[in-house]
Write a protein that binds this ligand. Sequence first.
Ligand code: NAD
Length: 508
Amino acid sequence: MTIEPTQDNLVVGVVGAGAMGRGIAQVAATGGCTIKLYDTRLDSSKEAVEFINNMLGRAVDKGRMEAGDAKAAMTRIDVIENMSGFSDCHVVIEAATENLEIKRKIFSELESIVGDDIILASNTSSLSVTTIAASCEHPERVAGFHFFNPVPLMKLVEVIDGVRTEPRVTDFLFGLGARMGREPVRVADAPGFLVNQVGRGYTIEAAHLNSEGVADYVDVDRIMRDAAGFRMGPFELLDLTALDVTHPATRMIYEQFYHEPRYRPSTKMNTRMEANLLGRKTRQGYYVYEDGKQQVPDEQAVPEYDSRAVWVSPSNPETCEPILGLLKTLNANIDDGEEPGENSLIIVAPLGIDATTSSLEEGLDPVHTVALDTLLGLGVRRTIMKTPVTDPAFVTSARGLFTSDGTPVTVIRDSAGFVAQRILAMIVNIGCSIAQSGAATPLDIDKAVTLGLGYPHGPLAFGDFLGADRVLEILISIFEMTGDPRYRPTPWLRRRALLGESLLTPES
Ligand code: NAD
């Protein structure tokens, strides 16, 4: 018997009626499927039905759904009191507690209830689909079907091929995902699948920057929101998802990748988790929350520009020209000598190297030098980096000058790659490593990340936007400076940068 995801009388079983199971049941019911919903806690299933009813009621009130369609969807949801009720299902989606033994037991029981060709899917977010399938009699009919929370609002679903999954199974789930109003993306089984792997780049690199004392969490958040265009800074995001969820998941991905340095967690995240600074839910994380409202420290007071002469390193015309253009609009006192004057503020604009190395390599005085990050332009927020010996009076001059048109400025300590360069290069490189592994197509990698994480671009398009050659230069420089293999560029990035090709270019 061939079962089609679009057929009229499709019966979908859902195991577990918690946060995810109820969302999956809702979108499957509104997609026209009949639902069999089971939870070991009958109350959980009953609450889920009430919850879905309320959600659909709200959709009707807001004019996003016809009342008749909402009612029809509700009549298609049946709560079953034991798993034998799944016997007439065409597909069963497991969304029970994240525990391998619980999931293995569920799959084993399901196999004794449903026919041999019935598709079984798991919504696991951190366990291996292949491992769950391995204890099944028919591992070839088991796949991952990874929804995002809250399901009705999050369009993405990752359709995951375990090592032994038959293509007919993931083809079917792809069609079912579309019927449920989702945007399915096909991914091979790997730790963190696709979205949760890329997401590590953002938060872990930010946590390492903070641990190294480069910038305070609030400054990292401001830079990533204002200059890089992310909806939330990495530390706000960690507070929202809660450290006791994110940190263990990060550790698990790191372990499953056999200690791949790109996914190495930050020890400071662990100590903060141990200290119960979990985020919004404990009212204190990186930020304090009063009555649910995030308390954000004020920006530093803005000094007046003291008219100190300012000299811009001409070593890179690509960065020197825009900086000089900006200085003119700011009416800066420009020092246009071949060498900087004795008391001039010196501006360098390095890519991937720190202010100290940059000033010394160019034979400039590090006491009078600050570095300016030009990678993302100079428009919305400017990042100034000082050397360990930059004279505070010169930093004040730089702050006064670069804030004089009302654009906020963030001052950070010395770091190879500033803040945004480091975090973005890490995200691009992880996207490239997934492309290199063939786990998903380049287009799907970007689609999944923009839908699942809400980033302004997918990692590969972000790399193209910044310039693959620049991202490569940043990573090589940071790698040389730190010796840390976290920053080694992937072959995917290196080849496409050398060829001058888009990072979205698939293998021929
Ligand atoms: P949850 O704790 O809200 O719900 C789990 C439900 O499973 C509970 O109602 C529990 O009673 C039920 N359950 C436990 N053992 C069962 C069994 N043997 N048979 C039937 N029901 C059983 O958890 P959740 O957040 O809905 O997560 C469910 C799954 O979805 C997990 O695998 C999780 O990793 C995954 N997931 C969660 C999220 C998220 O953000 N919450 C996102 C994506 C995937």
